[in-house]
Design a binder for this molecule. Structure first.
Ligand SMILES: [Zn+2]
Length: 196
């Protein structure tokens, strides 16, 4: 019998505002409590997590390492015997992430990958769809539609005019000149609506 533990690929995906980072951090915290060797990685482009931490919208945060590309991610792991590697905002890493993660899981470590699986214009966003196909475990989260409150599998860019409504604006992530809203299928593509 081989004693190498079975690594599992876990994917946590969805649109913006679905709580992906929060779910990733929940799993990281559980693994840390269990005394496992854990590393948390995010992409250097992800300025929401600047300062070496992965944070969720709800305020949880955990120390992380930022890397600029897949090569640096693999180098960071090196030959360390991690029990769990957690990768946040995985969409920044591109399709190279798929074979790299597959190789890491084969060595026996579990890898949990969180990221956007849909673009702001409603298309599948690689590498998450490929990782979902190859994973042992997939958790697809939804957000809450900013127009009607139903499950939102999409997010879209909204114009500044559309977010003038303070009630809607509380559901906004405003990053510089762009802002986004979660939308259900029915309201995806519509301009922000003032619900009277
Ligand atoms: Zn809706």
């Amino acid at each position: 019998m081989r004693s190498i533990p079975n690594g599992r690929l876990q994917v946590v995906c969805g649109p913006m505002f679905a709580g992906k980072s929060e779910e990733l951090l929940r799993r990281v915290r559980r693994a840390q409590l269990a005394g496992l060797a854990v590393e948390v990685v995010n992409h250097a482009l992800d300025d929401r997590h600047a300062g070496g931490r992965v944070a969720s919208h709800s305020g949880l945060s955990i120390a992380s390492r930022s890397v600029p590309d897949v090569g640096s991610l693999v180098e960071l792991v090196g030959d360390r015997e991690l029990d769990l590697l957690a990768i946040d905002e995985a969409q920044f890493f591109g399709t190279e992430l798929v074979p790299a993660v597959s190789r890491l899981v084969l060595t026996g470590m579990s890898v949990v990958v969180a990221g956007l699986c849909v673009t702001f214009d409603g298309r599948p966003f690689e590498p998450l769809p490929s990782l979902m196909a190859l994973a042992e475990d997939v958790t697809k989260l939804t957000a809450v539609c900013a127009v009607c409150g139903q499950d939102a599998a999409f997010h879209q860019r909204v114009l500044a005019d559309d977010v003038a409504d303070a009630r809607l604006a509380t559901a906004e992530h405003v990053g510089g000149i762009e802002s986004y809203q979660a939308r259900c299928r029915q309201h995806f593509g519509e301009r922000g609506r003032r619900s009277a």
